[in-house]
Design a protein around this ligand. Structure first.
Ligand SMILES: NC(=O)c1ccc[n+]([C@@H]2O[C@H](COP(=O)([O-])OP(=O)(O)OC[C@H]3O[C@@H](n4cnc5c(N)ncnc54)[C@H](OP(=O)(O)O)[C@@H]3O)[C@@H](O)[C@H]2O)c1
Length: 240
């Protein structure tokens, strides 16, 4: 199978891993649609993608916005779910149920309603790739909220791989990757966090958005892979 000419929507395609996937798929000859909330971010991202690419403003926490995006796109071969907002970081005792609710809305439920909105326009034997996260693959104190959200995505994807077959549904579980998601951290704190993680990982480094984009491309392209969970985490699940 080839991804050339395939119509692929990447929700969360204006930054980080989603943008890296759009760039890689654009180079592979796919027709790429990137979605996010900010028109300015989409415009900036489009300038960095080779080949045919279109920006679609959509908020995946809003079903009406997703339905409008599906109407504009019309037809898809593949869907990549790479967005997230409102992660629930922090020790269990200090992470409120409201913070978890917002994190669920900002990722798990966003993925849920994104797939529901796109299903009518998605090729029956196309595929979906969802990004989860390494916090759900190992027991790291202070990440119970991340584990709950991302673990839900992994389990839901396996069930959907059977229920929605022949549509293929796969998950990439990224480890720590330097993306604009960490732009809010003070530079020193960010550097310390990444250096510490690199030292503890079997891979000896943290991830890049391109590492994750390569895994997304593999799962989109491999017609014999479904219900799979691909850890692209430098070995985090064995070391943390
Ligand atoms: N970075 C890491 O270390 C790491 C580790 C494990 C897992 N992950 C997961 O990997 C995925 C990608 O992470 P990343 O670091 O590449 O993220 P990022 O750089 O923060 O990019 C997030 C993207 O999602 C879009 N987005 C956010 N909220 C949205 C919403 N409500 N509706 C539509 N689009 C929305 C953003 O655009 P707008 O702001 O314009 O909407 C942006 O394009 C996420 O699911 C994240 O949880 C990341």
């Amino acid at each position: 199978m080839s991804l050339a000419q395939q119509r692929i929507l990447i929700i969360g395609g204006s930054n980080g891993m989603g943008l890296a996937a759009a760039q890689r798929l654009g180079c592979a000859g796919a027709e790429v649609f990137i979605a996010g909330r900010s028109q300015a971010k989409l415009d900036a991202a489009l300038g960095q993608i080779e080949g045919r690419a279109t920006g679609v403003v959509a908020d995946f926490t809003d079903a009406a916005s997703l339905a409008a995006a599906a109407g504009r796109i019309g037809r898809l071969d593949h869907l990549v779910l790479a967005a997230s907002s409102n992660a629930a970081w922090g020790p269990f005792a200090h992470t409120s149920a409201d913070a978890l609710r917002q994190a669920m809305e900002g990722k798990l439920i966003g993925y849920w309603q994104s797939l529901q909105a796109m299903l009518p326009i998605l090729r029956r034997d196309g595929s979906v790739v969802m990004l989860s996260g390494a916090a759900s693959r190992t027991a790291m104190p202070g990440t119970a909220g991340l584990a709950a959200v991302n673990g839900g995505i992994t389990q839901m994807a396996q069930t959907l791989a059977k229920e929605l077959a022949p549509l293929r549904v796969n998950v990439v579980s990224p480890g720590l990757v330097d993306t604009p998601a960490y732009d809010g951290l003070p530079a020193e704190a960010k550097q310390g966090m990444f250096a510490g993680a690199a030292k503890s990982l079997p891979a000896g480094r943290t991830g890049t958005s391109e590492d994750i984009a390569a895994a997304i491309e593999f799962l989109l392209d491999n017609g014999f892979t479904t219900g799979a969970l691909l850890d692209v985490d430098g070995g985090a699940r064995m070391s943390l």
